[in-house]
Write a protein that binds this ligand. Structure first.
Ligand code: IMP
Ligand code: MG
Length: 176
């Protein structure tokens, strides 16, 4: 089997959209400082591109979580692989994620963060697959809603590969 990547979102389109979303965030957070929380690893590329276009003051922290991979339980609880370095109490927190699929990871992560008493807590995702939602998540900022297809690039991986593609593509398998 050979893998082929079909382009879904081109680099220019992504760039334009991130500028628009950043502009909206700049307006909404006027007079505030944002604590950007990048969800590793997939959120790294989007976090960087978004942050470069923010004009409000920003500080960064990073978190890595993994779903308990147990298909028999749909609790979707998350395990913290790497926790934040700093407290978010009293901070205006903006969580930056690569993609929201079932919503289970994010709904647990947001619940966990809200228990730490931030001044505000919002979510910015690069991609959203609304058709796949199992757990409701309030998405405050989203660059693109996409159909139910497995995508890679711009931080998203297939078996840890393709994260560095500057565009978003769908993995297609071809028989050799
Ligand atoms: P969920 O919203 O809890 O189902 O999980 C979201 C996570 O699943 C994301 O942070 C990604 O790591 C991964 N994921 C979901 N859909 C895709 C995809 O199309 N490509 C690559 N990773 C995906
Ligand atoms: Mg992710």
């Amino acid at each position: 089997m050979t893998e082929k990547i079909r382009v879904l979102l081109a680099e220019e389109e992504i760039d334009k959209k991130i500028r628009e979303v950043a502009e909206q965030i700049n307006q909404d957070y006027q007079g505030k400082e944002i604590r950007l929380i990048c969800v590793l690893k997939g959120g790294v590329f989007f976090t960087c591109e978004l942050a470069k276009r923010l004009s409000v003051p920003v500080t960064f922290d990073f978190m890595s979580v993994s779903s308990y991979g147990d298909d028999t339980k749909s609790s979707g609880r998350v395990r913290i692989i790497k926790d934040l370095d700093q407290s978010v109490e009293g901070q205006d927190v903006l969580v930056v994620e690569d993609i929201i699929d079932s919503g289970q990871t994010l709904s647990h992560l947001l619940e966990l963060l809200s228990n730490r008493k931030p001044a505000s807590l919002h979510l910015c995702t690069f991609l959203d697959k609304p058709e796949r939602r199992v757990k409701e998540v309030k998405v405050d900022y989203c660059c693109f809603e996409i159909p139910d297809e497995f995508v890679v690039g711009f931080g998203l991986d297939y078996a840890q590969r393709y994260r560095n593609l500057p565009y978003v593509g769908v993995v297609e398998f071809e028989k050799d």
